[in-house]
Design a protein around this ligand. Structure first.
Ligand SMILES: [Zn+2]
Length: 397
């Protein structure tokens, strides 16, 4: 309590004397502060246990109301297509600062910066590489559905850092179709969480597709596979000794991975697993896409779902677009063949896989459409409708 009081005192003094301060004292925060010189701030992403470079950062600036600030990335360029995301209400709502908010004067990765005219009267501004999605976001979503007896939340595992990780399950346990969905195996990939939330919203809805899914499938989802990293603001990608999505081996090191493998191994020979692992692609990729597996039969199944998704996305209003032409077939140049012991490889190795794939959901814009949380959720609803079409086509086969 004493520390909190002195922090608040420090911050209010800083604001009173017009000094700018940077805080990373909240869930999901990440930045190494190099220096502050007047209204110029120098930071870089805190890589922690990441092998190689990555781009996630998230910080809160105090004492900047009414000022034009510049934020420089020291020997780095961790700014996405739409500039940083920013929040004037302590992380409740977010928008993009915009494509004209940043500059990269010498085209190298060494001099990127963004500029912001901070409005008068705000106590702080949060800035992040992309629009965050935290445990609180999921709890707010879940809170609206809590009274629904069909929507269950259960303990998945105690994580390495002692967090209780959880899954949600919905639907018909006796149905042979088992839908398994994961997000945040790489904890920084927050945009994908809006997609997953949209799918779950559709599943829980009273629409014909929602009812169909609850009657004809058992749905199991883990919203935060790397919950420790989500809370701590880690990168998660290429975490040493390996990240969550390289852990689907006979001896997984992450308890959440072990629990997902145990769950999936229990499905029966007659069951059909539809497994989708939601990620975000490279930091400035402007497209969303599937990875197709090596097995020709399973690859065809993913292609069928992809075609259905493209059709639904074209017909939908207010959702982000998707086009199958950006998908990555097995063996193509962009196929990441170092992706060993991934979730999708693990499911594809089971005899009862119907679909096992990764879907990469762009951070900031897709085929000319800028990402917003609502458009991300709407795309999730469209995704759920495509899964319904796919399950119906399985029955016809
Ligand atoms: Zn990823």
């Amino acid at each position: 309590m004493k520390n909190l009081t002195s922090l608040l005192l420090l911050l209010s003094c800083a604001a009173a004397f017009g000094q700018i301060k940077v805080s990373t004292d909240y869930e999901g925060a990440n930045a190494i502060l190099r220096k502050i010189d007047g209204t110029d701030i120098w930071i870089k992403p805190d890589l922690r246990d990441t092998e190689g470079w990555w781009f996630y950062w998230n910080m809160e600036v105090y004492g900047a109301a009414g000022k034009k600030i510049r934020v420089f990335f020291e020997n780095d360029d961790a700014i996405g297509n739409q500039g940083p995301a920013y929040s004037l209400d302590g992380g409740k709502t977010w928008a993009w600062l915009g494509a004209d908010s940043y500059a990269r004067p010498d085209k190298s990765r060494k001099s990127a910066y963004f500029t912001h005219d901070v409005p008068q009267g705000v106590s702080s501004v949060r800035y992040c590489f992309s629009i965050p999605y935290t445990l609180k976001n999921f709890k707010d979503f879940y809170g609206k559905l809590e009274d629904n007896p069909g929507f269950k939340m259960g303990k998945l595992a105690t994580t390495l850092r002692g967090n209780d990780n959880f899954y949600v399950s919905i639907g018909n346990r006796d149905a042979p179709v088992k839908i398994v969905m994961l997000a945040r195996q790489h904890c920084c990939e927050a945009s994908a969480s809006y997609l997953l939330e949209g799918i779950l919203a559709e599943v829980m809805s009273e629409t014909p597709d929602g009812k169909f899914l609850r009657e004809n499938a058992e749905i199991f989802a883990v919203p935060f596979m790397d919950l420790d990293g989500v809370r701590a603001g880690d990168q998660g990608k290429s975490r040493r000794p390996h990240d969550h999505n390289r852990d689907y081996s006979p001896n997984p090191i992450y308890p959440s991975v072990r629990a997902v493998m145990e769950r999936c191994a229990k499905y029966g020979v007659e069951d059909k697993i539809i497994a989708i692992d939601f990620h975000c692609p490279g930091w400035r990729e402007r497209k969303s896409y599937f990875y197709y597996p090596a097995n020709p039969r399973l690859s065809k199944n993913v292609a069928r779902l992809a075609n259905m998704l493209e059709g639904k996305a074209k017909a939908a209003k207010g959702a982000l677009p998707y086009n199958t032409k950006n998908d990555i077939p097995y063996g193509s140049k962009s196929y990441n063949s170092s992706n060993k012991s991934s979730f999708r490889d693990y499911i594809n190795s089971l005899g009862n896989a119907e679909i096992a794939t990764t879907f990469e959901f762009a951070y900031s814009d897709t085929l000319g459409e800028v990402f917003t949380p609502q458009k991300g959720r709407n795309f999730g609803r469209v995704f759920a409708q495509a899964i319904v079409e796919y399950i119906r086509s399985m029955e016809e086969k």
